[in-house]
Design a protein around this ligand. Sequence first.
Ligand SMILES: Cc1ncc(COP(=O)(O)O)c(C=O)c1O
Length: 383
Amino acid sequence: MQSIEQRLALKLLERENAGNLRKLSIPAHLADFCSNDYLGLAANTTLHQQIQQQYANLQQAQNGSTGSRLISGNSAFAVALEGNLAGIFQAEAALLINSGYAANTAILSAVPQKNDTILYDEYIHASLKEGARLSFANRFSFRHNDCTDLEKKLKKATGEIFIVAESVYSMDGDFAPLTDLLDLCRTYTAHLIWDEAHSTGIWGENGSGLACETNRHPEIFARIYTFGKAMGVHGACIAGSRNLIDYLINFARPFIYTTALPLHSLVSIAEAFQFVQTHAELRTNIHRKIQFFTSELNKYPALKQAWIESHSPIQVIKIGGNLETRQVATQLQQAGFDVRAILSPTVKEGEERLRICLHIYNEDTQISKLVEKLAEIYVQVKK
Ligand SMILES: Cc1ncc(COP(=O)(O)O)c(C=O)c1O
């Protein structure tokens, strides 16, 4: 009989043979086109100093939060920060959660009940799918951004209905059709669960995301904001009605049964939002970089054809095939650009791609060179 170690080794071998074995590596000092630090805040020295200063001012020797929020891990600082976040996201209330992953599993595992229906875009993040799996509700996917397919499924849905979508899709960089989704929510009395992980900090007044920018936030049942991407720090929050937040405090297991974020993280979140509020140019700069990248892409029609239209910092070029996609990424890395391949099973077979993340610190010349090199390699690989 196979031992457990043999079984694990066999699974790893299968991955290796399929060309999609995952390995941890220390980032080399290449030009960063893969991190989520779109606004450069993770390494911003001014923000770093402000966080250190603010933390020192608090004069509290608190290395850890000591427990869950419901036991010993709550603080006046956390409560005040939630008030501040509710103000920024123009919601009745907000609840801090340790990460976006935990926030998504929290809301989806706790709110939809048996006989309810969760309808989710096929491309939503793994954490939302995980949350839906933890729920006792029925769950079905609909084709990416396809409201006709969604409506077909809405017609058959039972109980309370929850539609799950992302403002910016993490593997495609495109937007969800918020207006159409809200129209369907109204027609079918459904509730939208809306993940703003990749739009927090990038759109909206003070970085409040796409729902606030388009003023549709009051119609959304629950919004998830994460702080480990453009905000450059760590953590997340759920924004919604006071009633929803009180419900989550009582029933959301990924919130209840975990040690709360430590004070240093809370200070970092507060200072990162303060920084984004006083530096509107960060948002102007990232949108200029996005425009510049797409204008460079226009110079290479073959490459442009493989591009998924996106107006976000996430830009995607479909290559197809794990080996080919990895080959393109490796050649770009050898040329000094840290671009990562997204392989199946993370995306569907045949949809393997390069995911290029743009940052305000990517020089225009660097972006031009990247696109030029990519066009050259793409033609060779596709020959
Ligand atoms: C759309 C989306 N939601 C949630 C998450 C998880 O957020 P966090 O990294 O804070 O756990 C991610 C992270 O990749 C994401 O892309």
